[in-house]
Design a protein around this ligand. Structure first.
Ligand code: PMP
Length: 390
């Protein structure tokens, strides 16, 4: 799939191709939750990544306030100069403990954590095996690494094995999401780890959509798969979804952490994670550890809403309703919005042509009546625009 701008010159005319095609993105995502406002009317938000509703939790807000009061509004420099506070160290230690890994390092975003980790672990003369479902930040990390990149079908661990077995490079890295961001389905983590291990490669798993959702107490799919803390396993994640804050993380061995500090360009040359985000994330992490019922409630909510929409039982907090035609998907999302429900709408270039969809991200802080209402609204909207879900 190409996202190239048609035409030879970068004029406004050429740049407006998505608008002209009628599939340009609206700014719906700018609103807040759990009930956002649209022209003075509340909207139920099923489009955010605030899976546990923690971005507005009083404890998490208090964590951000306290951090600002103590450390100010900015990190003021790279972590390596003077941007590391006690908060960053506490957050890293507690994250490592939560994830069952020896060490962790936080970045100023999940996007930068992925790029930093991949480029620090793979380079010219190395091999990366990725798959067709990976997030843009993993793809960009692969591209920037200058390693040879082989992309296999999503979930095809046998293909990963073959590529690793036939390689000429000594160093190899396998890269995957644990829960695929577009449709919320899981990757075969145990099998991928075994494939990497058997062939002397490391495995990097992005747990962005699994933390706070899957695994014991929301500790992720890697923990659920029984490989937390295993050798040559690198976990990345975000503080911007279930943790309700902002930032990214990489967890693994202490040697890995040291290597990232020395070589990950998005760590070295980027201003450290904002104190408010670190404070919020730390409060969210402590809350999550005290409340294992939050992820349970989230998963139960996802199952309930999927049933109401007639969708298959979801594996995580994402419900993906594939409509196909991008115009129908956009129309259905607008029809939901007119009925007071905000849903995500994914179309090319975020997804392959012909697979445009409504994407609902469920939340732990919605009650049964609201979930049932959302399900009814979505079905009504799809009917109104003549869309069938496949
Ligand atoms: N990985 C995945 C799977 C994601 O979905 C996202 C963001 N949506 C990121 C990484 C990037 O995280 P952040 O938004 O914190 O930069």
């Amino acid at each position: 799939m190409t996202t190239a701008i048609p035409g030879p010159v970068h004029t406004d005319e050429a740049l407006s191709w998505l608008v002209d095609a009628g599939i340009a993105r609206a700014e719906a995502g700018l609103h807040r939750e759990p009930y956002v406002r649209d022209a003075d009317r509340p909207l139920i938000n099923l489009a955010s990544n605030d899976y546990l509703g923690l971005s507005t939790h009083p404890d998490v807000i208090a964590g951000a306030h306290a951090a600002i009061d103590l450390w100010g509004t900015g990190s003021t420099s790279s972590r390596l100069v003077c941007g590391t506070t006690r908060l960053h160290s506490d957050l890293e230690n507690e994250l490592a403990d939560f994830l069952g890994a020896p060490a962790a390092l936080v970045f100023s975003s999940g996007y930068l954590a992925n790029i930093g980790a991949i480029t620090a672990l793979a380079g010219r003369g190395g091999l990366i095996v990725s798959d067709t479902g990976t997030h843009a930040s993993l793809i960009d990390g692969c591209r920037l690494s200058r390693a040879r990149v082989v992309v296999v079908d999503r979930g095809d661990h046998e293909a990963v094995r073959s590529v690793l077995a036939e390689r000429t490079e000594t160093r190899a890295l396998v890269v995957t999401d644990s829960i695929y961001s577009v449709d919320g389905e899981p990757a075969p983590i145990r099998e991928l780890y075994a494939a990497a291990r058997d062939h002397g490669a490391a495995l990097l798993v992005d747990e962005a959509h699994a933390l706070g959702v899957r695994g014991p107490g929301g500790s992720g799919l890697v923990a659920e798969s029984g490989v937390a803390g295993a050798p040559d396993l690198v976990v990345t994640g975000v503080l911007s979804k279930s943790f309700g804050a902002q930032g990214g993380l990489v967890a693994g061995s202490a040697v890995l952490r040291g290597h990232l500090i020395d070589t990950a360009r998005t760590f070295i040359f980027d201003t450290g994670l904002n104190p408010a985000a670190a404070g919020a994330a730390l409060a969210a992490l402590r809350l999550l550890r005290a409340r294992p019922d939050y992820p349970q409630r989230l998963r139960a909510n996802a199952v309930r809403l999927a049933e109401r929409c007639g969708a298959p039982t979801p594996s995580a907090a994402v419900i993906s309703l594939i409509v196909g035609d991008p115009h129908k998907a956009v129309a259905a999302a607008l029809a939901c919005r007119e009925r007071g429900v905000l849903v995500g709408c994914f179309r090319p270039p975020s997804v392959e042509p012909g697979t445009s969809r409504l994407r609902l991200t469920v939340r732990a802080d919605l009650d049964d009546a609201t979930l049932d209402h959302v399900g009814d609204v979505v079905l009504e909207a799809l009917r109104e625009v003549g869309a069938t879900v496949r």
